[in-house]
Design a binder for this molecule. Structure first.
Ligand SMILES: Cc1cc2nc3c(=O)[nH]c(=O)nc-3n(C[C@H](O)[C@H](O)[C@H](O)COP(=O)(O)O)c2cc1C
Length: 188
């Protein structure tokens, strides 16, 4: 039997971006080190990948010096920004040579020697597990060796602008679905 398929027209970059912009993300600053330098940039393409082993992933433009700096040093940090740190996101989104000094947040070091932000919502201190090519980006996968978490709300990026989270009112509970003890939420 012959199956004929009608090929859909190729997706344009504009169509792809319009779809991608519907997805809200948090905002991180990813940092590494190279000799005395501390390459860092604002990154929204972050994912928590694995619990066993503990892995996170970030997608970085493949031609960014950060990719070879992370490969050379073998370390990486991912720093999650709070809602009141839009100026920090703007600072690290500017081209590195145009950023005013000093940076708007202090950098320190923890376990791996990768710079971590002294003030942010949380950070992941990682050793590079692998770097995977991904089109015009590189996927840097880090094995998490230390974390830090502080109270606060995350900075959110959606449809080209920064936002903060507003909780929705809770839906009435469905009596047909069991409720987890002490949590008031449905089991899934
Ligand atoms: C909200 C936001 C999210 C970004 N996410 C990414 C990302 O996921 N990956 C990336 O490579 N660049 C991302 N960028 C762009 C980099 O922050 C920017 O190109 C970089 O900081 C420029 O510095 P450089 O000259 O050192 O490359 C993002 C920028 C903004 C404002």
């Amino acid at each position: 039997m012959t199956v004929t398929r009608t090929e859909r027209p190729a997706v344009t970059a504009e169509e792809y971006l319009a779809a991608a912009r519907t997805f809200p993300t948090g905002v991180t600053v990813v940092a590494t080190r190279y000799r005395d330098d501390t390459p860092a940039k604002t990154v929204s393409a972050f994912a928590s990948l694995s619990l066993d082993p503990l892995l996170v992933g970030v997608a970085i433009g493949r031609d960014s010096p950060m990719v070879w700096a992370a490969r050379a040093s073998g370390v990486l940090s991912v720093n999650v920004l709070r809602a009141d740190q839009q100026h920090v996101a703007d600072h690290f989104a500017a081209p590195a040579h145009r950023r005013p000094l000093p940076p708007p947040v202090a950098l320190s070091r923890d376990t791996t020697g990768a710079p971590v932000l002294a003030d942010c919502l949380s950070w992941f201190d990682c050793r590079i597990a692998t770097i995977v090519p991904g089109g015009d980006h590189a996927l840097l996968i880090g094995r998490v060796v230390a974390v830090h978490t502080s109270p606060g709300r995350p900075l959110v990026h959606h449809a080209g602008r920064y936002r903060s989270l507003v909780p929705l009112p809770a839906l009435p509970l469905d009596p047909e679905i069991p409720v987890l003890p002490d949590q008031g939420v449905h089991a899934r």
